[in-house]
Design a protein around this ligand. Sequence first.
Ligand code: CAA
Length: 380
Amino acid sequence: MDLSFTEEQRLIQQTARDFAVREVAPKARELDLEGRWPTELVARMGELGLMGVAVPSEWGGTGADTVSYVLAMEEVSRACASTGVIMSVNNSLVCDPLLKYGNDAQKRDYLTPLASGQKLGCFGLTEPASGSDASQMETIAVDAGDHWVLDGAKNWITNGPKADTILVFASHDRAAGAKGTTAFIVDKSTPGFTLNKPDHKLGIHAAHSCTMFFEGCKIPKSQQLGEKGAGFKIAMSTLDGGRIGIASQALGIARAAYEKALAYSKERKAFGKPLADKQAIQFMLADMATELDAARLLTLRAATMKDKGVRHTSESAVAKLYASEMCTRVAHKALQIHGGYGYSTEYDAERHYRDARITEIYEGTSEIQRIVIAANALKA
Ligand code: CAA
């Protein structure tokens, strides 16, 4: 297995690292405490080519690969998990399916502005009454000849309050379950489309999410993405890529927590010596470093498979499951190493601890990842 990166991959990683260290990290605590959407950072990510990393340049993107994308995601999320997930949703959950399933007109009108960062996208799958059981959606699409009519609601939609373009999955035949689902590209200006106020959450405070409502929304047939009835497979294959993005976000959060705990253990004295002299602390740091390495290798394996065009459903789920649970464990230990200061908002340890937790939930809970991994293992 070749673990070296190409010049282009290293360049994108360095670009993301410079941006994250100089522009994102200094603001991360304030963004979290104030719950402020990072308008200026989202605009900068567009300028730097981070909003459509793996989209070809003819469609507004950087024309790089998934490995470059995960390297960049880790750097941005290391500085600010909220900024990381804003980037992840636009790249993995919106640009990726538009590139894979969109026709040229859809790529020109929707993908190009999204990948270049002029517009922002979000992914409307989850509903108030269906999350893990995504095929049970209640949002309905009725065929009205030259257009569709959408009615329903989607919730926990990351980027929702700021998105220009919403990728919406709706059922045109509820009895058909997954096979009765179709995907649609919806403009925020569509009459009948409204938003609830942003959600209050445990972490990722600067990445706003909300519930959105569709009441008699007329969607031209030209905004149907992919074939009628292909919506569920589009959603699932999109999440195969999205889960690699969340694994990278988890890596970034965990790396930040680990690095800060390592530095703190050398500075802080207890019983007359640095904390780092204590074997109890050394063992924690060793476990954190080992788990980070393991998660990074799993994430890069899934990204490499995606780049080779190989089915990576199980490998993405493995990477997301391990990286997200690793992230929680690492953030927990990092806070513990900081002691009482770790519990205070004066230090970042508590932010990383809160931000870590969502990585085990969105884009498929840990339980869903285990279902996907087991299903693939059993049918092999
Ligand atoms: N790629 C392509 N096709 C796939 C697929 C994949 N990864 N996974 C399933 N399919 C296909 C199946 O082959 C099947 O097709 P056939 O009938 O033709 O064989 C069809 O889809 C239905 O598959 P299942 O029977 O396996 O479907 P299911 O209803 O049992 O659901 C599930 C399976 C794994 C539980 C799925 O519902 C799931 O992943 N749920 C979690 C949803 C999720 O991750 N939501 C996250 C929301 S997005 C988000 O969080 C964004 C954010 O805020 C950041």
